[in-house]
Design a protein around this ligand. Sequence first.
Ligand SMILES: Nc1ncnc2c1ncn2[C@@H]1O[C@H](COP(=O)(O)OP(=O)(O)O)[C@@H](O)[C@H]1O
Ligand SMILES: [Mg+2]
Length: 251
Amino acid sequence: MSLVAFASARSAPGVTTVSLAVSAWLERGVLVEADPDGGVLAVRHRLGREPGLIGIAAGHLGTTETLLDHAQRLPGGLPVVVAPESAERATHLWRTAGSALVRALAAQEELDVVVDAGRLGPTSPALALVPHASLVIVVVRPTAEQLISAADRVRSLGGLNRHVAVALVGDGPYSARDVTDELGCDVVGVVAHDPRAAEALSAGSGGRGLARSALMRSARALAEQIARRTGVPTTSTVRVSATRLVEEAKA
Ligand SMILES: Nc1ncnc2c1ncn2[C@@H]1O[C@H](COP(=O)(O)OP(=O)(O)O)[C@@H](O)[C@H]1O
Ligand SMILES: [Mg+2]
């Protein structure tokens, strides 16, 4: 099993989108919302508020329950564990039950857990996950503003885990090479800036061919790089389907 955590340093570079798009290419991937600022997957994908992360906090995983008992399936099959929407509730959950959550997510043998840790600032309670991750990926738009804060974040996360890398969203103005030189850290992939596909993925409003979009193709390449570093198996059949979401919305 592997635990792969995606996080940002500031603003909204597209962590949730990248986490979802990459999970969709992992054969045994489960996406877990661990953003203390609150979850968005339930609203975006019209899922129930339960089951979800709250249920894991009770600490019964590994005895009578499995992680999948707390997951819901997206059209296409990807299991997702949703977090409470409110930042107050999500933060409270991490502050009061963080160690039970970390233990549960780090103990999965049959599944590869992809965590959307949101903005992983110096006071985030989701930092507890970092030492247990096989790989921590800081998602950054390659602009000066984002790179400056990412540099600090990469340095401080590197003190908790040796396996920290960066994924870029969109091209320029700085290149992957510039970023590696400046941050002293691997750029593990470049995710395409693709607003249509990002919208389709998050709202299910896209048409057919999502898997062939620039976003999903670049996410597949990123999943393959993650596989090289962690051994997680990838799949050639994407596990999310915008088309089915559209058909369900029309029904
Ligand atoms: N690769 C991308 N290309 C274009 N737009 C994107 C991309 N990723 C995310 N977005 C858009 O940016 C906004 C924030 O995305 P989200 O993934 O929720 O960011 P975060 O989790 O970092 O807050 C959404 O409107 C989303 O559609
Ligand atoms: Mg997010």
